[in-house]
Design a protein around this ligand. Sequence first.
Ligand code: BG6
Ligand code: GLC
Length: 851
Amino acid sequence: MFAIHLMAFYFSKLKEDQIKKVDRFLYHMRLSDETLLDIMARFQAEMQKGLGKDTNPTASVKMLPTFVRAIPDGSENGEFLSLDLGGSKFRVLKVQVSEEGKRNVQMESQFYPTPNEIIRGNGSELFDYIADCLADFMKTRGLKHKKFPLGLTFSFPCRQTKLEEGILLSWTKKFKARGVQDTDVVSCLTKAVKKHKDIDVDILTLVNDTVGTMMTCAYDDPYCEVGVIIGTGTNACYMEDMSNIDLVEGDEGRMCINTEWGAFGDDGTLEDIRTEFDRELDLGSLNPGKQLFEKMISGLYLGELVRIILLKMAKAGLLFGGKKSSALHTKGKIETRHVAAMEKYKEGLANTREILTDLGLEPSEADCIAVQHVCTIVSFRSANLCAAALAAILTRLRENKKLERLRTTVGMDGTLYKIHPQYPKRLHKVVRRLVPNCDVRFLLSESGSTKGAAMVTAVASRVQAQRKQIDKVLALFQLTREQLMDVQGKMRREFEYGLKRDTHLMATVKMLPTYVCGMPDGTEKGKFLALDLGGTNFRVLLVKIRSGRRSVRMYNKIFAIPLEIMQGTGEELFDHIVQCIADFLDYMGLKGVQLPLGFTFSFPCRQTSIDKTGSNMCYMEEMRNIELVEGDEGKMCINTEWGGFGDNGCIDDIRTQYDEKVDEGSLNPGKQRYEKMTSGMYLGEIVRQILIDLTKQGLLFRGQISERLRTRGIFETKFLSQIESDRLALLQVRSILQQLGLDSTCEDSIVVKEVCGAVSRRAAQLYGAGLAAVVEKKREDQGLEYLKITVGVDGTLYKLHPHFSRILQETVKELAPRCDVTLMLSEDGSGKGAALITAVAKRLQQAQKEN
Ligand code: BG6
Ligand code: GLC
């Protein structure tokens, strides 16, 4: 019993001593959390540098755009071929992705060797070899009869400008084929494949293995937005907001960025972290000075690092009694799989003894314990460094999303991560410690990068197909110049019908005389009362107009109209109004004075009261043209009521099925067709109808029509205006949609924004065509070569929408090139106008008297 205790004591003392000894020797390799947080901050800065247009050329972390924008949504399908080159193994695969209610991916694959003379020989021979393997695979599987889309997983840094192209920036890891750097890998492969007349493939995508991994995992977990490889090499990718990617045009949505974090430190940023062992390893590598972060982490180098350390320790007399073997002197003799075996829980020590003995050494118990601890320190540092960089990415994601807490999934792959017994646990633990405000799930990609690469290929073809469908719908709202001219011509004809006695009754544009016969000329003056009835409240205004300076001062008081009066008899209503006026005069200290009065009565006579934000226009017409009113002298204002334009079907050729739906659901079906295509209130409804249709076609909201989407009127003008604002990031668009109860992805939000844009643009153009008809008419009526005219505009759509006024102005300019039209926003609503009309009427009356 005593002997056992003594043994145990002796062993733990021995262990402690060895561990202390190694800890002392490898002091620089043990990284505190403080250091890791510092490295994390440095990596954050590096990412920023890589993303910036001006800083990218000198950045060591290249942050390469991948042109992968969408994560699989389960609707992918098809048969694809895949090549997977760059990791420890080269594979050719056939992947079949089917939907059929449940997600289903079937893969057949074959590994092919990659001899050193091929991967470090001539570039064209390398691609010929790959093409040969592909042809062999297709032949043996009987796949020669058919054309296949092909996705290439190419695990090296490539600069991409599209999915199907990639310029190799540099070889990394074990590869060093000549003449490939700075060329497009896809065309190299295409060229080689073309030599095989009996196979036909279309290389649609090139993806990095990190991207493939992320996509593989995202297929099973839609939260996955990061991919990490800790294998032969190490690297990570993640979904970045487009607005942060300077190197790619466009601000909408997200794109996957291949960080190429292996090159972190190549500019010297990690010199304080690197040790003499790292430097020695680098000098003996295929690419000295390059991939310095990778060389401290990945599988290709860990074993070698251990070997270098053991040799140094032996040389210092700290191991093997100072003896070295020739194997210990030989580069590459210790591999990562050895490190993993030595760190195994139970068999670890025995494995260590065996491995060291195989290296021609004669290790003591103490040596085995020490060597095992060297392995632990080296692999722990690797996990720590990965964790720091990954923590930086997670923080970036959280900040991009402006979240307090981020819930996300990281797709993982790579032999080191997979075969090392402690690695995953250590990595996960450190990441969670470094970013306590992220709930991270680590998901191992069971089927490598290829499944993901096939997804990218499938997504690319799906996005392509869907885009076509969406474009088809949006095209219905794109009016050509000819179509707009046609609308202008028809509007002009309708004006004439409305003005003529014979055709007036049949006319859809009613052209109502208003008996407003003059415009203010600046000589009006005096005090006027104005009433404004039609909104929620009743306003009484006192308007003081001073001539000469054209100054107008307004005082007003709002009176609520009780419901019983609003819905009572007309007499009661007018009695109430009179009472309000009396109160107001009293309030203004004007009791008993006699003042001229103007009345804005915003109840359209032939419309229903829903048209609050409707579209209408009035203009000054020559009296001689107004057949409904006696007299030929002077002018009178015509209230066109143009909202009814098209009610006879004359613009049905440009009305879409969505306009028809909106009309059917309105309070006045068949009426106010032009208004329903141009005014704020209906635009939201048109958008809603399109969204319903796109969702039904499976192009939006994952094909799910929510209750909210079925709700009439959810899209108000203000939402349209907000969504289309250029200043708004897509996430904000998303949150607006979420407020509306529409759970949209970023891609959905882009489509919704496009739909809003198409609808409001058409509205502005149609409105512009109407306006062009009026100004052209005025120009012709006045027999002018060129007309300068100001148009007063009011209304929420015009005021709030970010593009409406501009498009309107452009359209008028285009359709009425001989008119110089200034659009002027009415700031003071209708009250001032009513007073001015009264003032003009009074001036005209006086002038008549004097005559
Ligand atoms: C595999 C991928 O699953 O992981 C490879 O399919 C990738 O393309 C690899 O390069 C990374 O691991 P390793 O350890 O083989 O380099
Ligand atoms: C190397 C490559 C990189 C790859 C990684 C993992 O770092 O440069 O593209 O993703 O290895 O295989």
